[in-house]
Design a protein around this ligand. Structure first.
Ligand code: PMP
Length: 405
């Protein structure tokens, strides 16, 4: 296997040429887009712009063909059984809302339970909570162990309460921990639950295989997979998608409409009301095509090398409180400097052109549990280099000196 050439990989992102000197370690928030993705989206507007699924003219038919080809690309990438199982949404948040809302009342009734975990992103908490409150559904939460991993014993005990839905993130957006997803799904299925996986961080780590995972739903956002913002995927097994009540209603998702009644279109259109983000879908497909030019294992190994170097460097800086474990970690490290506020640390890093995120990372229940005001999050991507790691470590060392002087 040839050695992974990070500089060659990085050159495909014009962003870095426009922003020289920056160390971008905020990849868990959003990834940069290779030029192939930027070209695919602008090419759509320059050469093919038309609405899909509705025009009688050839231009619309061509746009429809491109849009449906993009769906097929996603379908193949995630190994769904058919492209009917691939719904375009505006992102992971929209997809989770579509699932939570769509299952309420019809599938989930009063007194039934939804099982979440302590480290979920708000997008996998609030949609359930809103509807659970309305329909009398109960939420249970899997706690963490002392080293911030999911407590699998508690998980099994909570499954004995026979939740109707189990919904959890593939990879924690705060800690970077890769969840034991195969075991979790197997146990949830044995307990008879509908399984929902929030793959917002998982999808970029490793190509997810729907038929192997065998979950009922898997969601992700295009912008965390080198794709554009405003596009995401709601994957669902056909039977479950058929059972979802549409959250959005309007054009395209209908079969017949009168003022008395409406019948719905077939999948996937039933769950895609209105004009979709056509350029976004094409951009996402371009991201997938581009990514497949690379060996995933090499990208993972490169990120693990960065992670190892980062942990090695952190171990000799005094006063660093690391919340993430170095093992089973996808390349995200949450940390604090002594008792200093994470925003102060991030600002000192910003002054050195190092982009990290600070705060609670849309996971307030996790930070209440950890009894921390928040954390600085350094998240790595395959276009980061060892030089990026070293510059961040140096800046952290200086931040410690300044803040604890
Ligand atoms: N879940 C997780 C684990 C995430 O990291 C994110 C994005 N930070 C989301 C859901 C929501 O994704 P989006 O904002 O793209 O809809």
């Amino acid at each position: 296997m040839p050695v992974f050439d990070v500089q060659q990989f990085r050159q495909q992102f014009s962003f870095f040429q426009h922003n020289p000197g920056w160390v971008y370690l905020d990849n868990a928030a959003t990834m940069h887009k290779p030029d192939a993705v930027v070209s695919a989206t602008s090419q759509f507007y320059q050469q093919h712009n038309s609405n899909v699924h509705r025009g009688a003219h050839q231009l619309s038919q061509q746009a429809t063909r491109l849009f449906e080809q993009a769906r097929t690309t996603v379908c193949r990438y995630i190994n769904a059984k058919s492209s009917e199982e691939v719904i375009f949404t505006s992102g992971a948040t929209a997809a989770l809302n579509q699932i939570a809302f769509g299952l309420m009342h019809t599938v989930l009734g009063a007194g039934e339970r939804v099982l979440l975990t302590q480290l979920e992103h708000h997008a996998n908490i609030v949609p359930w909570q809103l509807h659970c409150q309305r329909y009398g559904v109960i939420i249970d939460v899997v706690p963490l162990t002392a080293d911030n991993q999911l407590d699998m014993t508690a998980y099994q005990q909570l499954l004995e309460r026979k939740p109707k839905v189990v919904s959890f993130s593939h990879i924690s957006n705060v800690l970077g921990h890769i969840q034991p997803i195969d075991a979790m799904l197997a146990l949830a299925k044995k307990a008879g639950a509908i399984t929902v996986v929030d793959g917002a961080q998982g999808v970029v780590y490793k190509q997810p295989d729907m038929q192997q995972l065998d979950c009922d739903f898997y969601v992700f956002s295009g912008h965390k997979l080198y794709g554009p913002t405003g596009i995401g995927i709601l994957y669902g097994k056909k039977d479950w998608l058929e059972k979802l009540t549409p959250i959005f209603a309007g054009g395209e998702m209908i079969e017949q409409v009168s003022f008395v009644n409406t019948t719905f279109n077939k999948l996937p259109f039933k769950l895609e009301a209105g004009t979709p983000n056509i350029a976004g879908a094409l951009g996402l497909a371009a991201a997938i095509d581009w990514l497949q030019l690379y060996n995933t294992e090499q990208l993972i190994q490169h990120k693990l090398l960065l992670l190892k170097e980062f942990y090695n460097g952190l171990s000799v800086i005094k006063g660093i409180d690391i919340l993430s474990l170095p093992v089973h970690n996808a390349g995200i490290v949450a940390l604090n400097v002594s008792n200093e506020h994470p925003a102060d640390v991030a600002e000192l890093l910003n002054q050195q052109n190092i982009a990290v995120r600070s705060g609670q990372h849309c996971a307030m229940p996790l930070f209440s549990y950890l009894a921390r005001p928040g954390a600085v999050r350094c998240s790595f991507a395959a276009y980061n280099s060892l030089d990026d790691v070293n510059r961040c470590l140096l800046a952290l060392e200086q931040a410690v000196e300044i803040l604890t002087a």
